[in-house]
Design a protein around this ligand. Structure first.
Ligand code: SAM
Length: 236
């Protein structure tokens, strides 16, 4: 049975999950058996060619105690717990994700931290409460996994919801230097497993923002250009 078979719509783990998730990433993010096997720090470490800690730090270093933070999607391993601990009880840490099993894992990791919330929502349409104001909004390796139209929707929604004085942080893939051997490994990986990733090599993240000129875009690359962290703020 293929993973977009109609009977799967009855399976609570598949209900309301976007087609690109079941068609492309079923084993990676939707099927509970696989997700249980993959949700470990060492998996993230291997996937990121041992760059996991510095890429996480690029995000975690932006968090100050007491901030209100929205993280767009769950990440395997302990990143969400570390981010929530750094925010601490004087702040708020809100995690969204579009997939039921990821909500389950996120909820388990954040149990007992009353300043956290785990919300099932597509990051592109997360309905932020009228009085909810985030100091930091982070997309950690989400953009390369979503189809092109969704990249536009996510970036625009994030920036629309970004209050003046707050920061949006994107950590994701980038165009690796020609000398970087990982470039050629990723070409093959993208071809077979990550069909939406390669446009991250061609487009700057600001390409996906319809009002890019209203913001400052500060980019830092890592590991010979394989990865990037972009911090976005409203222009003064
Ligand atoms: C952040 S990305 C990849 C992160 C990284 N590769 C890791 O180790 O987990 C994976 C997550 O994005 C979620 N996701 C995919 N599309 C989404 C969307 N439109 N809105 C919110 N979450 C989404 C998936 O359910 C999954 O939990």
């Amino acid at each position: 049975m293929t993973k977009n078979h109609p009977s799967l719509a009855m399976d609570p783990y598949y209900e309301g999950v976007p087609a690109y998730m079941t068609e492309v990433y079923d084993w990676a993010y939707v099927d509970p058996k696989w997700v249980r096997a993959l949700d470990h720090n060492w998996v993230v470490r291997v996937l990121l060619f041992l760059n996991d800690q510095r890429l996480m730090r690029a995000y975690l270093n932006e968090i100050k105690e007491g901030m209100r933070v929205w993280q767009l999607a769950h990440v395997y391993g302990d990143l969400v717990t570390r981010a929530a601990r750094k925010v601490g009880p004087k702040g708020a840490f809100h995690l969204t994700d579009v997939t039921p099993i990821q909500i389950e894992h996120g909820t388990r990791k954040l149990a007992g931290m009353e300043w956290t919330r785990v919300i099932r929502s597509d990051a592109a349409s997360y309905a932020i409460g009228e009085d909810d104001r985030y100091d930091l909004i982070c997309s950690f390796f989400l953009l390369h996994e979503v189809p092109e139209e969704k990249k536009f929707e996510i970036v625009n929604h994030m920036l629309e919801k970004l209050p003046k004085g707050s920061k949006a942080v994107f950590v994701d893939y980038h165009n690796p230097a020609k000398w970087q051997p990982i470039r050629y490994i990723l070409k093959v990986v993208n071809h077979y497993l990550e069909p939406f990733a390669e446009t991250m090599w061609k487009n700057e993240i600001q390409h996906y923002a319809s009002k890019a000129e209203r913001f400052t875009w500060r980019k830092k690359t890592f590991f010979g250009g394989v990865y990037q962290c972009v911090v976005v703020e409203h222009k003064q």
